[in-house]
Design a protein. Structure first.
Length: 400
């Protein structure tokens, strides 16, 4: 039923309906006015776990009440932003050297509020508390270079609303399952590309998800253009994100006029090991294990090779920062409140689900192998648990 509902929308000819399918409500900046070119390449970047380490960020925020991006803002997050900007600039230069036109956009399956919060921060007028973006450098770059940051579900909803009116919400829900969400990205891809005059001869997608890979493949099939997807690691650490972007920057054979024959490039070393052919027009670039990309990442952040060591290191940074603040301000109460906040969050998380559940087992594994490896925090957490037990015992005695 879902396919019947959306068959007309996502697979309509974008070139025939360019006036009604232009991009709407971008986060960073709008798509530029139509650019007159004979042909161009379109590069789409995913956002979550491609531009920021969303999975790890959400773990620290929800389960520990720690803002990972803010914690790493002046170190690894700054380095990550620089790597992304340098990669985009390198790709632009490679195309320019061959008189090729290239355009960029960021397309996310996240909602608009999430993208705005990450890129621009927030300003709570009631509490007069401003949350600053930890990736403001990247947001400024996107704005200055007219790189749109768009929510794919919002793009799809707006397009559905223009074409089907009140049926839009029901139609969007019908393609919100995991199997059909790639249609969101396909619709957003088609919308952005249709804003440019000329022919899109190549679509390049960079991301960790299957949705953008399938959307790129389908666009290539429907519009008879080459589609190249860079498949990135799942649930990466910040260091892995930086490593991936630096590696993409080095793959210069795949950008510019020399990359017009991907099949020829695929057969040549060293691309033979990383470029997989899907069909005559679609290819997937896979990170080579021989270049340091071997990993055991999981969506639960329990990978022994990279994720657990990274969580240990990030948490130690937080502990060191809390200790440094206490030493500088001599504010013992603030330090204890910070410890209590994390301890309370962990305790609530531990008892939120049954011990036998996979989520609970994974969380306890992270505690054992990463968080509580910090001896100072482990002592604080044990003291917190002991205090809770003492309070519970006193309450029980008072009832009796």
């Amino acid at each position: 039923m879902a396919a019947n509902l959306v068959l007309k929308l996502p697979f309509a000819s974008d070139q025939d309906d360019a006036s009604t399918v232009s991009p709407q409500s971008p986060v960073s900046s709008p798509v530029s006015s139509p650019v007159v070119t004979d042909s161009f390449t379109m590069v789409f970047l995913d956002f979550d776990d491609t531009i920021i380490p969303t999975t790890l960020h959400q773990f620290f925020r929800k389960d520990l009440h720690i803002d990972l991006l803010s914690l790493l803002k002046r170190t690894e997050i700054y380095e990550l932003q620089t790597a992304i900007i340098e990669t985009i600039e390198q790709i632009k230069n490679d195309f320019a050297e061959n008189n090729e036109h290239v355009h960029f956009a960021v397309i996310s399956n996240g909602d608009q509020k999430w993208l705005e919060l990450m890129l621009k921060g927030s300003n709570n007028r009631q509490s007069q508390k401003r949350v600053r973006s930890s990736i403001a450098l990247l947001n400024d770059y996107f704005v200055d270079n007219n790189i749109s940051v768009l929510s794919a579900p919002r793009e799809t909803y707006l397009t559905l609303k223009r074409q089907h009116g009140e049926r839009a919400e029901a139609m969007l829900r019908a393609i919100s399952n995991a199997e059909d969400r790639w249609r969101w990205k396909y619709t957003a891809f088609a919308n952005v590309i249709s804003a440019y005059n000329g022919t899109c001869r190549r679509l390049i997608s960079i991301g960790d998800g299957f949705d953008e890979q399938r959307a790129a493949h389908h666009y290539g099939q429907v519009h008879h253009c080459d589609a190249l997807h860079f498949s990135l690691l799942k649930a990466p650490t910040v260091s892995q994100l930086i490593q991936q972007w630096n590696f993409i920057q080095s793959q210069r054979e795949l950008f510019g006029a020399e990359a017009c024959d991907l099949e020829k490039i695929r057969k040549a070393a060293p691309m033979a090991h990383v470029l997989r052919k899907v069909d005559d027009q679609s290819f997937v670039h896979q990170l080579p294990k021989s270049d340091g990309f071997e990993c055991d990442n999981t969506v639960h952040c329990t990978g022994n090779m990279h994720q657990l060591p990274a969580i240990r290191a990030y948490f130690k940074l937080w502990m060191d920062a809390a200790e440094a603040t206490r030493a500088k301000t001599n504010d013992q109460k603030k330090y204890e409140n910070a410890m209590d906040t994390v301890c309370r969050s962990i305790h609530q998380r531990m008892f939120r689900q049954t011990k036998e559940s996979e989520t609970s087992r994974n969380f306890r594994l992270i505690l054992m192998k990463a968080i509580c490896r910090n001896k100072q925090f482990n002592a604080a957490f044990n003291a917190y648990i002991h205090k809770l037990k003492k309070v519970a015992m006193l309450q029980q005695q008072s009832v009796q």
